[in-house]
Design a binder for this molecule. Structure first.
Ligand code: SAM
Length: 280
């Protein structure tokens, strides 16, 4: 059965091909056209799943013009899917102008849930996930990067950035310089792929590990920073927080606070109070 005329937003895997949903395959098979960020790149994925639907390119440079052409297809009663190179379209990928114009023209836009590097990385980061801010890529020039990070310095939410491997050291250096050497961060690399790695700890320590190990400067990266802590929290260095969290995996909070306090020479009551605040 053909899909009803609409624009379908279809996420694709971020590394592991098994992460495509059966609904995504069904929709991609049944629409009459798939708008791809890069037809050659997506061609490989589509042929892996035996999908022979016609493709068209929709990228940052032709999106506005292409949108009108796609709207014409929708008015002919056709169903169209949008995919990007990987993950969820529109999330640091093309599609915003298309979706806006299709909605304005009065057609349905149907989203399918699926892979997204930011959400997948956050879910395993151990950072607070109740409130977060997705910030896309940090600016490539140092001044822009520093300005952006300074504007986010007091934000209490977990911050999520996409990062490219050749800029990771510069971005970590900027984070240390603006958010502080002690800011707790998590670097998720090659998520869902063979060399999936999570590095976590104080920003300065993660920076050192990345500098020392060139493998950490390869592949695809999501960088996450703990949000700005309140006064009582910010007294506790990230290294102590890590010890407390580790001990809490085996011990009740009270005992873990006493031990972590003894190891790091910090008052156990402050750690206990902090542990309660973050739900340990
Ligand atoms: N739309 C995609 C999504 O839903 O995640 C993101 C597209 S954006 C152009 C590409 C960036 O996403 C990469 O530079 C990297 O920061 C992040 N990314 C994509 N796949 C990843 C993976 N498997 N592991 C870690 N980060 C990934």
């Amino acid at each position: 059965m053909d899909q009803a005329a609409a624009l379908y937003i279809v996420p694709t895997p971020i590394g592991n091909l098994a992460d495509i949903s059966s609904r995504a395959i069904e929709v991609l098979n049944q629409v009459s056209l798939i708008a791809c960020e890069d037809t050659r790149h997506s061609g490989k994925l589509l042929s892996h799943f035996g999908i022979e639907t016609r493709k068209t390119a929709l990228h940052d440079h032709n999106e506005r013009d292409r949108a009108q052409w796609i709207i014409q297809k929708l008015s002919n009663g056709e169903a169209v899917a949008l995919i990007s190179d990987a993950g969820t379209p529109l999330i640091s990928d093309p599609g915003y102008h298309l979706v806006k114009q299709v909605r304005e023209a009065g057609f349905n836009v149907v989203p399918l849930p699926g892979p997204c590097a930011a959400i997948t990385a956050l879910s395993a980061s151990g950072l607070p996930s109740d409130r977060f801010s997705f910030e896309g890529f940090l600016p490539s020039k140092e001044k822009g990067r520093i300005d952006k990070l300074l504007a986010l310095k007091e934000d209490p939410r977990t911050l999520i950035f996409y990062e490219s491997p050749h800029r990771i050291v510069h971005s970590l250096e900027s984070i240390v310089a603006t958010l502080g050497a002690d800011r707790e961060i998590v670097m998720a690399r090659e998520v869902t792929k063979t060399f999936e790695t999570f590095l976590s700890g104080a920003a300065a320590d993660v920076l050192q590990q990345v500098k020392d190990d060139l493998n950490q400067q390869k592949g695809e990266i999501v960088l996450m920073c703990h949000g700005h802590r309140t006064d009582s929290e910010s007294d506790i260095p990230a290294v102590v927080v890590n010890t407390l969290k580790l001990l809490c995996q085996e011990l009740p909070l009270k005992k873990a606070s006493a031990l972590a306090g003894e190891i790091h020479g910090i008052k156990k009551n402050a750690l206990y109070k902090y542990g309660l605040e973050i739900g340990l």
